[in-house]
Structures are given as structure tokens and as C-alpha cells.
Design a protein around this ligand. Structure first.
Ligand code: SF4
Ligand code: SF4
Ligand code: SF4
Length: 258
């Protein structure tokens, strides 16, 4: 994979007006309710003293890391990085172990805690829209161009150019350039990323290398974990089906499959 050909986002917190059209677009695109959408908001809250008040926000979704910790932590290949660098998720392979949630330094993979058979929720960069020549729904919908999408290297160059052209407007930091070994989503902001509520890490090398030694470098361990987790997951799946059948029987509702 050549990094020059991977996609990227540039998210500019100075342009975001917190309208949340990007969240709605993602919800519609993925046909999921808003509480299970793959994007949410980070922000400062209200700062300063009246009438000199300030507040900054920015949408937050998978960073599509260059060396993704989540992929290296997943023992069953439910998370994969394709040749464009996009990190995708296959719910048919997922065994619900949630290792990816612990591995991701950006706290991105979300678990459907309220679902009987819960799965992971994660941005796939609208890979189906890209295949048809489109833009990710969130970027295409933003009315202020706070979310830009293009080639990764172009987005990174634009981030630095905006800071250079208006140093009074931005802190001198492109978030995502080095975090976790580098990502495909870059942020620029008028205030520090700590104030924006973004995870702060001094780690500029992804722990994926070490994860791989554990999960993929020791096949026997990986296989044992996968088999154990698959067994547990299938047991939960069976229990969920039994519970559902019992509930339907007590409700007197007909079985949908009959
Ligand atoms: S659509 Fe654009 S302006 Fe509105 S919340 Fe999302 S990023 Fe901010
Ligand atoms: S941000 Fe987290 S979920 Fe997304 S690719 Fe990186 S490690 Fe994986
Ligand atoms: S790229 Fe697509 S899946 Fe990812 S946050 Fe944007 S709209 Fe949602």
C-alpha cells in the first residue's frame, strides 16, 4: 500500500457550527438510528466570560490509522485495512470480544450495549459511496466545508497551509499527523486538542506491532482465544434466541418465521 494513494479527511474546528448535519447524514447513509451512528461531536463547551464567549466543536469518527491498532488486536479478521488504507468492519466475522475497543487509543469502536446481540459500530469511510465515485456522506453534507475529503497527502498539506496562512487562527498542531503512528484524519483547531476533548497521547508509534506479536505472531494463542470467544459468543447468541422465544411465548405473539 502506498500512503500517497490513501484517502484522508481534513476537519477544521474553526469552521464547524455544530449543526450536526454530518451526524444525520451518517445515520441516513448507514440506515441506523442516531444513537448508533458512526460519528459524534467533540467540543470545548462554552469558554470565556459574557459577552466574550467562545465555543468550538468538531465531528469525531474513526481516524483510519496508517497502522491500525484495532486491526492488529482483532483475532478473527473482523476488522481489516484495505489497499486504500480504509479500515473496514465485517459484522459476520465479529465474535463480540471487544479487543478492538481496548486497543484503539482514540476510543472509536463503539459497542451496541442496548442490543441483545451487540456488535461493534465503526465508521467505514463510506466505502460503498467511494466505490461509486462519491464522497463520504458526512463530508458531502457539511454546509460550511468543515469536513473536507480527498487524497491523504493533499489533506495534510492543506492543513499545514491553513495554519501557516493564519497562525493567529489556529494552534500549531495538525492532530492525526503523528498520533498513533499517523492517521488519515487530520484536525486543525483554534484551541488545543486537549480543550477540544480529544484523546491526547505522546505515543507517535502505533502499538499495532506489539499487538500483532500477541494475536497473530502466536497462532496457537490467537486460535485458542478465537475459539473460546466464538464459543462464548455462540452461547450468548443461543441464550438470546431462547430468551426471545420465551418472551414471545409469554406475550402470545406469533413467531415471525412461522
Ligand atoms: S455538518 Fe459541518 S458544520 Fe455541521 S456539525 Fe457537522 S462538521 Fe460541523
Ligand atoms: S481510530 Fe481506532 S478504530 Fe479507527 S483505525 Fe485507528 S485504531 Fe482502528
Ligand atoms: S465517512 Fe461515512 S460512515 Fe464514516 S462518519 Fe462519515 S458518513 Fe459516517
Amino acid at each position: 500500500m502506498s500512503r500517497n494513494h490513501t484517502y484522508g479527511f481534513l476537519i477544521d474546528a474553526s469552521r464547524c457550527i455544530d449543526c450536526r448535519a454530518c451526524l444525520v447524514a451518517c445515520s441516513v447513509e448507514n440506515d441506523v438510528p442516531m444513537e448508533h451512528t458512526r460519528i459524534w461531536m467533540k467540543g470545548t463547551g462554552v469558554m470565556g466570560k459574557f459577552p466574550d464567549l467562545q465555543r468550538y466543536t468538531a465531528p469525531y469518527h474513526c481516524m483510519h490509522c496508517l497502522d491500525p491498532s484495532c486491526v492488529s488486536a482483532c483475532t478473527v479478521g473482523a476488522l481489516q485495512q484495505n489497499e486504500d488504507g480504509i479500515v473496514t468492519y465485517d459484522d459476520k466475522r465479529c465474535i463480540g470480544c471487544r479487543y478492538c475497543m481496548y486497543a484503539c487509543p482514540f476510543e472509536i469502536p463503539n459497542f451496541e450495549w442496548d442490543q441483545r446481540l451487540a456488535l461493534i459500530v465503526k465508521c467505514d469511510l463510506c466505502v460503498n459511496r467511494l466505490a461509486e465515485g462519491g464522497q463520504p456522506a458526512c463530508a458531502a453534507t457539511c454546509p460550511t466545508q468543515a469536513i473536507l475529503f480527498g487524497k491523504r497527502e493533499e489533506m495534510l498539506a492543506l492543513a499545514h497551509a491553513r495554519i501557516e496562512d493564519a497562525p493567529h487562527r489556529y494552534v500549531n498542531h495538525v492532530y492525526g499527523e503523528f498520533e498513533n503512528g499517523g492517521t488519515s484524519t487530520f484536525y486543525i483547531s483554534p484551541v488545543s486538542f486537549e480543550q477540544m476533548g480529544m484523546p491526547i497521547t505522546d505515543e507517535t508509534r502505533s502499538p499495532a506491532h506489539f499487538n500483532r506479536l500477541v494475536t497473530h505472531g502466536t497462532p496457537a494463542v490467537a486460535a485458542t482465544v478465537a475459539v473460546a470467544m466464538s464459543g462464548a459468543y455462540l452461547a450468548i447468541k443461543r441464550q438470546s434466541a431462547d430468551n426471545a422465544a420465551a418472551e414471545q411465548a409469554s406475550d402470545g405473539r406469533p413467531d415471525d418465521h412461522e
